[in-house]
Ligand binder design. Structure first.
Ligand code: SF4
Length: 500
């Protein structure tokens, strides 16, 4: 194949093509341009492009025109409008505000040692005063959308402060008129009917963790004196029942569950999917284990080469696709995020897969003690003794100081894929994202080195898989993939604002 490296970054003088990047996928060559348009060409066609032998009006020329690869035929105004629309998240400040209301947790998970405290460590509870200051800062964001996410530890342990935040933020928002939402990430073991009633009445989205079938879940998430899996499942079913009773569409409204793929899960891709489907979940987020929050020695027990993750991911997602073709509506979340960009011509603003990334400018994390971090990952690194990602304190910082903090600016630069040495030439540049906290934790710098970066390997392998499916162009598969890009807003969870 003729080397077109020069064309990757800049078209050669006289070349009719826009700058594009390319990669061999399944025996053909995938081309992508900066707008996120893509096309497959055969190796012979690719060579013809390199030799300048693509005649005007030829079938290949027309295909390239249609996908905005021929410079003279690109509508520049339309292209600019498309790019601006996809990057609209840059027009405003952080929308996700994670509030760590306590470090105390009633469960101990194999992948979470450094970021939790024992149940008697009440000094790790957020106070109502700190909570109010965190809310005051969160509502100053220039974003019209604000999601306050209750994190821990286990947020139900400090339920009085969860309630205080909900009531205080709702009252304060009367002056701001933001589209305000609350989300809680909980293991559900401390749920009871009173708490559930309150959360339902205040339209709080509830999200939990399910780490595969019962025996695997309970091995990873240990609930002293109880069965962690049964507790979660009991409340997932109960909450879903309540949503139905409220007349909400069960396809859209149900408890979301998160999966952490540890080594113990790798032999069971189909069983993991079946567990989610049996619980009525409509989405499975097949996330690899991440390096935050656990002690070094833990990694030896739960980590694995990312090639093993890729095999797990492919097998599980193939199975999910088969289920969809049989009428079961369930999607894989990573695939849905990438596909929204690849075939949906949009950007879902998922903070870990966007450019620049969301640290500080898309999300902020408030620790129980008032310290402010660029993300919850940054907060977990602080728990292991590294304050690199702390950008302020609710008692002293202003919103402006947080947003212009040197760490926030550095992270925006480091996660800009046009400034990353490997990403700038990568075919998947228009759809991808990197997480500087991850690079810092695993490679010692916020820029990292993508060719040896585990998260890059994950992102690349998922996009290879998806483009492999798109190249095969099987109508029933494409139909399912398109459905996964359909975004339906869950408006029930948006709080009523007196200002609106
Ligand atoms: S992170 Fe990896 S896959 Fe993503 S754009 Fe960069 S080099 Fe490509």
């Amino acid at each position: 194949m003729i080397d077109l490296i020069q064309l990757g970054a800049r078209p050669k003088a006289g070349s009719p093509f826009v700058a594009f990047r390319y990669r061999e996928v399944g025996g053909d060559v995938l081309l992508t341009n900066m707008l996120g348009d893509w096309v497959f060409v055969s190796k012979g066609e690719f060579d013809a492009m390199a030799r300048g032998e693509v005649g005007d009006g030829s079938p290949l020329y027309n295909r390239l025109v249609e996908r905005n690869f021929v410079r003279a035929k690109v509508d520049v105004d339309e292209a600019a409008a498309r790019l601006a629309r996809k990057k609209r998240f840059l027009n405003y400040g952080p929308n996700l505000h994670a509030m760590v209301v306590t470090l105390r947790c009633n469960e101990s998970c194999v992948y979470c040692h450094a970021a939790r405290a024992e149940m008697d460590q009440v000094e790790t509870d957020m106070t109502p005063e700190i909570a109010e200051k965190a809310v005051d800062l969160a509502l100053q964001t220039t974003s019209p959308f604000v999601t306050i996410e209750f994190q821990g530890g286990e947020p139900l342990v400090n339920f009085p402060v969860v309630k205080h935040i909900i009531e205080y933020a709702t009252a304060r928002n009367r002056a701001y008129g933001k589209a305000l939402e609350f989300t809680m990430v909980s293991n559900l073991a401390l749920m009871d009917e009173d708490k559930l009633r309150y959360l339902l009445d205040h339209k709080v989205q509830i999200c939990t963790s399910i780490d595969g079938p019962e025996h695997l879940h309970n091995k990873q998430r240990v609930l002293a004196g109880g069965n962690a899996y049964q507790e979660s499942v009991k409340w997932i079913r109960r909450i879903n029942e309540e949503y139905e009773r409220l007349g909400l569409d069960p396809i859209l409204y149900h408890v979301e569950a998160l999966l952490t793929t540890t080594r113990a899960l790798l032999p069971y891709p189909k069983q993991v999917v079946d567990t989610y489907v049996d619980l009525g979940c409509r989405a499975i987020f097949i996330r690899p284990v991440d390096p935050f929050g656990w002690a070094e020695k833990t990694s030896k027990a739960i980590e694995y080469p990312r090639s093993s993750y890729t095999d797990f991911y492919r097998e599980a997602t193939d199975y999910i696709l088969d289920l969809n073709k049989k009428g079961v509506q369930v999607l894989e979340r990573y695939a849905a995020i990438f596909l929204t960009k690849i075939i949906g011509d949009d950007d879902p603003n998922f903070l870990d897969v966007r450019s620049p990334g969301g640290a500080g400018i898309g999300q902020v994390a408030y620790s129980y003690d008032g310290r402010i971090f660029t993300s919850d990952e940054g907060r977990m690194l602080y728990a292991t003794g590294d304050r690199f990602f702390q950008i302020g304190d609710v008692r002293t910082s202003t919103y402006r100081q947080l947003m212009t903090h040197e760490t926030v600016r550095s992270l925006s630069l480091a996660s800009n894929l046009l400034a990353q040495p490997d990403c700038v030439n990568c075919t998947y540049n228009p759809y991808c994202g990197i997480v500087p906290e991850h690079a810092y934790r695993t490679q010692g710098s916020i820029f990292g080195r993508m060719r040896e970066n585990q998260l890059c390997e994950v992102h690349k392998s998922i996009q290879d898989y998806l483009f492999g499916l798109l190249r095969q162009n099987d109508p029933s598969t494409i139909d399912v993939l398109r459905r996964w890009t359909t975004v339906r807003e869950r408006t029930h969870f948006v709080q009523q604002s007196a200002a609106s």
